[in-house]
Design a protein around this ligand. Structure first.
Ligand SMILES: [Zn+2]
Length: 217
């Protein structure tokens, strides 16, 4: 395994610092953003100007839906409408060729039905932002993957071990879910900055590359 996809989600206001830290190590991140983060920003939301800058620096943006609601109860028509709407939103702001028009990670998780409809409505790849179900990731053909997290609730040593293991495995890529970074995590799916730094250093030691999902294509 030689490639790691650093996956951040939900447009936290530390995404810009995370992107800069990755750049210092010659790496790029993947950022799954729901559009309502920018149309209805909260106190700790990434400002739109910074989001544009992250995209302009070549980091990967993934469509993460419009409202960050679960699509599990959507009809197929509603899924198709949501896919088209979010794709149009990103096309209008970052251009038709942007990564957010190619990759969608629906909020919470994906399903085989969501995946099929996403591909039918113009997306190239789909992935889940959650660990399950395992079949919810569509990466470039031939690339097997393993999913790990760096969540505070699971401890950083588990992530370091997972990188060690994955680097020796037959998997071609690891998706490392980082959600959002904090100096002091408020709940178990946040990641401590110091842990993230340790994980990046370890990835550098292992010689891993990182430039998103499209970097695998
Ligand atoms: Zn999310």
């Amino acid at each position: 395994m030689s490639h790691v996809i650093w996956l951040f989600s939900d447009a936290g206001n530390t995404d810009g610092q995370a992107a800069a830290l990755l750049e210092e190590h010659g790496m790029k991140g993947a950022f799954a953003w729901a559009t309502n983060a920018f149309t209805h920003p909260g106190r700790e939301t990434l400002p739109w100007a910074e989001a544009q800058e992250i995209a302009a620096h070549g980091h990967e943006v993934h469509s993460h839906g419009m409202r960050h609601d679960s699509w599990s109860r959507y009809t197929e028509t509603e899924i198709a409408r949501a896919c088209r709407a979010t794709r149009q939103w990103w096309a209008n702001r970052l251009g038709r060729d942007c990564s957010a028009c190619k990759i969608i990670g629906p909020p919470y998780y994906s399903t085989a039905t969501i995946r099929r409809i996403a591909l039918e409505t113009g997306y190239t790849y789909t992935l889940s932002n959650w660990l399950t179900p395992a079949d919810s990731v569509e990466l470039p053909a031939g690339y097997e993957y393993q999913w790990i997290t760096c969540y505070h609730g699971e401890g950083p040593s588990a992530t370091l071990d997972a990188l060690d293991w994955a680097s020796k495995s037959a998997y071609r890529a690891v998706i490392c879910s980082l959600h959002r970074l904090r100096d002091e995590p408020a709940y178990d799916k946040e990641v401590r900055w110091s842990d993230f730094r340790a994980v990046i250093d370890h990835a550098v030691e292992l010689g891993l590359t990182a430039n998103g999902v499209l970097g695998l294509a």
